[in-house]
Design a protein around this ligand. Structure first.
Ligand SMILES: Cc1cc2nc3c(=O)[nH]c(=O)nc-3n(C[C@H](O)[C@H](O)[C@H](O)COP(=O)(O)OP(=O)(O)OC[C@H]3O[C@@H](n4cnc5c(N)ncnc54)[C@H](O)[C@@H]3O)c2cc1C
Length: 469
């Protein structure tokens, strides 16, 4: 017998889970959310997007105050780092955000259940509270939104002291002299940037021959150069084959990815950032008969249905772009489907942002993907160097690149490196969502002088008629 019953029970209170719960409640369903962490918001709010952006912003301010204000005629003397205060800022931002989700759940009359959820068959979920008490809830539909966890590197034990995951790297008690980041993806570069700005010598070791391997190749190459100019070192096409603690730090053994002579690299802190894997521990998937993909993600169809009727899954646990806003879109679409509507996610229009400085933002196809698919395309590119606002900000690195179908001019992808790229991409995401042509963006009036004019000019350039370059 269940202790209570709902239309919908969501397991996992991250961006996928809490957004699905809120949308379902808006549509009149009775909803409970089971979350084992004491705070809501999942990886994103607790140990992901939000704390990393708090530290990226704070370290950017520190670095600008120490090195970047003289050119504006602002003299600053005696800039000092107060790391505990910086961490307190991050912790407050996290606490405020997670409390905000509590408020939203209450506002939408969603029942919050603290504990670890596990599938118990016949539309039931067993919840084990932190004190060991077990209860059961029943639901017409169950949503798995349990997210992901750090992928470990075989042979290295993450102790969160010397060998740290992203979670440890968000809370280091002091600035390491030498930080080695294993993995040149988004998380490694963002956290490497934080500590580099605060004074660490950062070396990124990447197995592939490029950083940001899922991005447009031109973006990868340009970011390698720009981050290199900021002091970051890269060991590309290199694998870490062993690592152990040495004194207060660590020593890693590296080899060329293609094989060859080994070398050693010493570090005070080693950040393992080689990716994230689905988190399904303790969910009882096997007993319930929920199928997984070969890579261990929960297998779903186009409507988020798992192999078991009445059980659905969204977010990182189903794979695809492991991003908070992708999880949120899936949460909304699923809630709408469960309420009898036609929820849908356009996976061609999911932006991805790297919050380094300059920022990187992309949406849609890369040049390499278009070539591989045999799609003829035009390229419209515009440099920030030719934008008045970027010049006034002394932020002239980077470009906007728009890829449009050569025959129809429909926007197929966009890749931006530049100041506030993460905000600038929104306009192009909207264009893709609306099936717009580059000319539609080009003919839209953009305020002057703004960074957004680079988007207009890149769209003009796709048809060979940029004005300011
Ligand atoms: C350092 C870092 C920075 C990131 N930065 C960004 C960014 O800038 N932008 C972006 O879009 N994405 C970013 N991400 C990725 C983003 O955090 C994830 O894509 C997002 O959190 C996925 O949401 P989710 O709801 O699927 O899962 P999660 O946020 O992982 O939430 C899952 C929740 O389920 C709970 N849970 C798991 N199992 C159970 C169970 N059995 N019972 C009860 N509860 C359970 C977990 O405790 C967790 O709270 C970042 C990630 C990291 C690690």
């Amino acid at each position: 017998m269940s202790d209570s019953s709902f239309d919908l029970v969501v397991i996992g209170g991250g961006p996928g889970g809490y957004v699905a719960a809120i949308r379902a409640a808006q549509l009149g369903l009775s909803v409970a959310i089971v979350e084992k962490r004491p705070t809501l918001g999942g990886t994103c709010l607790n140990v992901g997007c939000i704390p990393s952006k708090a530290l990226l912003t704070a370290s950017h301010h520190y670095h600008t105050a120490a090195h970047g204000l003289g050119a504006f005629g602002v003299k600053v003397a005696g800039v000092e780092l107060d790391l505990p205060a910086m961490m307190a800022h991050k912790d407050k931002v996290v606490a405020d955000n997670t409390k905000g989700i509590d408020f939203l759940l209450k506002k939408n009359k969603i029942t919050r259940i603290l504990g670890a959820g596990s599938l118990a068959g016949n539309g039931q979920v067993t919840v084990t509270a932190p004190d060991g008490a077990v209860s059961t809830v029943a639901a017409r539909a169950i949503v798995l939104a349990t997210g992901s966890e750090v992928t470990p590197l075989p042979g290295l034990t993450i102790d969160e002291e010397v060998f740290v995951s992203s979670t440890g790297a968000l809370a280091l008690p002091q600035v390491p002299k030498r930080l080695v980041v294993i993995g040149g993806g988004v998380i490694g570069l963002e956290l490497g940037t934080v500590w580099s700005r605060l004074g660490s010598e950062v070396t990124v070791v990447e197995y592939l021959d490029r950083i940001l391997p899922f991005h447009d190749l031109e973006v990868s190459k340009t970011m390698t150069r720009l981050l290199g100019q900021q002091g970051m070192s890269f060991k590309l096409a290199t694998k870490v084959v062993a690592g152990e603690r040495k004194g207060a730090g660590a020593v890693l053994t590296l080899e060329p990815a293609a094989g060859g002579a080994a070398e050693t690299l010493e570090a005070d802190i080693v950040l393992v950032a080689i990716g994230r894997r689905p988190y399904v521990e303790g969910l009882g998937l096997e007993t319930a008969g929920v199928d997984l993909t070969k890579r261990g993600f929960v297998k779903i169809d186009g409507s988020f249905r798992t192999s078991v009727p009445g059980i659905y899954a969204i977010g990182d646990v189903v794979g695809g772009a492991m991003l908070a806003h992708k999880a949120e879109e899936e949460g909304v679409a699923l809630a709408e489907i469960l309420a009898g509507q036609h929820g849908h996610v356009n996976y061609e229009a999911i932006p991805s942002v790297v919050y380094t400085w300059p920022e990187v933002a992309s949406v849609g196809r890369t040049e390499e993907q278009l070539k591989e698919a045999g799609i003829a395309y035009s390229v419209g590119k515009f440099p920030f160097l030719a934008n008045g606002r970027a010049r006034s900000m002394n932020d002239t690195d980077g470009f906007v690149k728009i890829l449009a179908d050569a025959a129809t001019d429909q926007v197929l992808g966009a890749h931006i490196i530049g100041p506030n790229a993460g905000d600038l991409i929104a306009e192009i995401v909207l264009a893709i969502e609306f099936g717009a042509a580059a000319e539609d963006i080009a003919r839209t009036c953009h305020a002057h002088p703004t960074l957004s004019e680079t988007v207009k000019e890149a769209a003009l350039a796709a048809n060979g008629r940029a004005i300011h370059v």
